[in-house]
Write a protein that binds this ligand. Structure first.
Ligand code: HMH
Length: 222
């Protein structure tokens, strides 16, 4: 256990919530092929809104890494994530067109999405701590990575038309990127004050709760 990072310690401590976010009924319904396509369309439109809010959050992390990080490679890892988001927004538009989902008016964020975006905004402020924000960033990416990787497993029955979506976040490349983020977060947490540690753990739990609510919203369509 000596070499275990802070994050794995927290994941063990909060196992149930983590499993709740990464093996949610919405994801299970993709992987067993029973998904209701209207749920998928709700998710698609809402996630496009979320990713648009995610871009300035990642931009704020680049600023924090540039100002505060003791390791130059942090900024490069985060910049790589930012570049992928550029691609991702285009992918959302293409995918929405394919499914006949309208991304312009009158697409509005549902309440759980609004609340999640508000949380992101709180982490974007200049006062928000880098260690806390990078921990949240890792968690946000890791939930999607683990969730969608499940839909690509040998036993999954993911509908072929949803495979590309699962590949976006479930790929080996995305897993590697999440690993780099986890590395950064663990390195910062190792040197963090008690106050920072407490805040980072709360941020991790808050992300997991928002992720569960986001899946719930997609599933119920509201
Ligand atoms: C809600 N969480 C949500 N949307 C995403 N696109 C990600 C995480 C991963 O980027």
């Amino acid at each position: 256990m000596e070499n275990e990072g802070v994050i794995d310690t927290w994941l063990r401590k909060h196992r149930l919530l983590y499993v709740g976010a990464t093996k949610h009924p919405f994801i299970l319904s993709i992987s067993d092929g029973t998904i209701d396509i209207s749920s998928f369309k709700t998710w698609l439109g809402q996630d496009y809104i979320f990713v648009r809010a995610f871009v300035p959050f990642v931009a704020s992390l680049i600023v924090k890494a540039w100002k505060e990080s003791d390791d130059r490679s942090d900024m490069e890892v985060i910049l790589g994530g930012m570049a992928a988001l550029n691609d991702e927004l285009e992918w959302f538009k293409k995918e929405a067109f394919k499914w006949g989902v309208q991304l312009s008016h009158p697409l509005l964020p549902h309440k759980p999405n609004q609340e999640y975006c508000r949380f992101l905004e709180s982490l974007m402020s200049v006062e928000a701590n880098y260690t806390v924000a990078i921990t949240a960033f890792w968690a946000i990416e890791a939930v999607y990575q683990e969730s969608f990787a499940l839909c690509l497993g040998d036993e999954s029955r993911t509908p072929p038309e949803l495979k590309e979506t699962c590949q976006r976040w479930g790929s080996e490349a995305f897993a590697k990127y999440c690993c780099s983020l986890k590395h950064i977060a663990n390195r910062r947490l190792k040197q963090a004050s008690d106050d920072e540690l407490k805040k980072a753990e709360v941020a991790l739990l808050t992300v997991l709760e928002h992720e569960v609510e986001f899946w719930n919203m997609s599933r119920s369509g509201s």
